[in-house]
Design a protein around this ligand. Structure first.
Ligand SMILES: [Zn+2]
Length: 109
């Protein structure tokens, strides 16, 4: 399962960043074009933190909207979902924001 692997990686990276300190909160950015399901990541998170420095930590997920540039007319297009059409009718879009999944912050106790 995709989201389980992502949760595991997030916990691992956060623990490394915390350098052994106990983690209280992790803020995760999941872009709307990343094709990752935030609910599923949230669901897997608790089982991934068991026995780690992030045990009992809260996972906050923010979902920045996607931005694309239309290859036909050059206009910037705001995307809430991983598909869309420019005002000019073209669906040939070049995504440049909201694609990534990143850890925004790790709060330690
Ligand atoms: Zn266009």
């Amino acid at each position: 399962m995709h989201e389980l692997a992502i949760s595991q990686e997030v916990v691992e990276l956060a623990c490394r960043r915390a350098r052994g300190a106990r983690i209280r909160r992790i803020v995760l950015c999941i872009g709307r074009l990343s094709a990752v399901l935030p609910d599923a990541v949230q669901f897997c998170f608790n089982q991934c933190t068991e026995g780690t420095a992030a045990d009992g930590a809260v996972l906050d997920i923010v979902e920045p909207p996607g931005l694309a540039e239309c290859r036909a007319c050059g206009r910037a297009v705001l995307l809430e979902k991983p598909y869309g059409v420019c005002a000019c009718g073209s669906s040939d879009l070049d995504w440049f924001a909201g694609v990534d999944l990143t850890i925004q912050s790790v709060e330690v106790v």
